[in-house]
Design a protein around this ligand. Structure first.
Ligand SMILES: NC(=O)c1ccc[n+]([C@@H]2O[C@H](COP(=O)([O-])OP(=O)(O)OC[C@H]3O[C@@H](n4cnc5c(N)ncnc54)[C@H](OP(=O)(O)O)[C@@H]3O)[C@@H](O)[C@H]2O)c1
Length: 311
């Protein structure tokens, strides 16, 4: 597993991490097997959120109960969680009170004294950066959160927050798969009148912005065709992409899942792939994919096969 020093942290981070959004209904043994397959593949970085699992903190609780980490085992892993979504609205809440309450709930559910990283889950239209700063200062000073980041944020939203924060924002978790790659494809087709791909959706240049500022991009839903509508593997509407994935998998002794992972890890921004699978073999295959080297022509071939234009 490729690792990299995560900028502005003391973390040596794997390029593939395990997301636990889908474990609510899994048994303790299934969760242990899933996590063991991740650890065996070099994945020691786990992504949570307060809202995962239907009821608040449900997946965090399931993870902690199944694993029962000793203090030494806890130190060996990176646990990241998120706050800021109120599903019962739904609305977003970046107030000091909400952030602090959410983190307390996560610490209780995860049965830990600290989060390695806390992300603000989705931008709050009513964000008051001073409120976020007050929460982060308290959490940092008390040792309850070591590092902070955001998710689904634009460059300007990050700048607004960062201007008021003493702590650097170290990660931005964004949706990215070969087929759902607006954060990359817009830049490739910049300056093309009348082309849908050229439309700026992410504040423009979010990947470049993150690279410029040492903010690690974490790719969520790395195999979903669109927004939670199933993976692109074996889908007739993505026949051309699947043909290329299969051919490259054959040539490189990998799997289509491995090649789809390599497509993200090949990007020089050193992005992290946030897996959502609950199938241990898929974790193993994806992790192995991070070690597959794709050439520039191969990377672009996959990109074009997914339907993106190279003008
Ligand atoms: N920041 C955000 O806004 C945000 C939003 C969504 C998710 N996330 C994070 O990103 C993680 C990944 O999201 P995701 O679960 O949507 O991503 P994903 O890895 O693209 O999708 C995983 C889902 O696809 C299924 N699947 C079916 N065939 C598959 C195959 N051949 N290979 C791999 N998976 C296959 C998996 O089923 P099986 O379990 O049966 O394998 C699982 O239900 C989440 O766990 C969460 O941590 C963040």
């Amino acid at each position: 597993m490729k690792t990299f020093p995560m900028p502005n942290t003391d973390i040596t981070a794997p390029q593939v991490v395990l997301g636990l959004m889908r474990i609510a209904e899994k048994s303790d043994e299934e969760i242990r097997t899933l996590v063991r397959s991740a650890r065996d593949a070099g994945i020691d970085f786990f992504d949570h959120a307060d809202i995962y699992g239907g009821a608040l903190h449900r997946c965090e609780e399931r993870f902690a109960k199944a694993l029962q980490l000793t203090p030494v085992e806890r130190e060996e892993v990176v646990i990241q969680s998120k706050a800021g979504i109120v599903p019962d609205g739904p609305y977003f809440d970046f107030s000091t009170e909400h952030i602090l309450r959410s983190v307390e709930g996560s610490l209780r559910a995860l049965d830990t004294d600290y989060l390695d990283i806390l992300l603000l889950h989705r931008p709050d239209a009513l964000v008051e950066p001073e409120e976020v700063a007050a929460a982060f200062d308290q959490l940092h000073a008390s040792g309850k959160v070591l590092h902070f980041g955001v998710s689904n944020h634009t460059p300007r939203q990050i700048e607004l927050l960062q201007r008021h924060l003493d702590q650097p924002l170290v990660a931005n978790q964004l949706q990215l798969s070969i087929t759902h790659s607006t954060i990359i494809s817009q830049g490739v087709a910049a300056n093309m009148q009348g082309l849908e791909q050229s439309v700026v959706r992410d504040g423009g240049g979010i990947v470049d912005y993150c690279r410029l500022h040492g903010i690690t991009v974490q790719a969520w839903s790395p195999f979903q065709a669109g927004f939670f509508d199933g993976v692109f593997f074996d889908k007739p509407e993505h026949a051309e992409l699947n043909a290329v994935l299969e051919r490259l998998a054959e040539e490189k002794g990998s799997t289509p899942l491995g090649i789809a992972t390599a497509w993200i890890t090949r990007h020089p921004a050193q992005m992290q792939v946030v897996l959502g699978t609950t199938t241990p073999q898929r974790v193993t295959d994806a992790a192995a994919g991070a070690d597959v080297e794709l050439t520039r022509p191969e990377w672009y071939e996959l990109y074009r096969a997914a339907g993106w234009l190279v003008p």
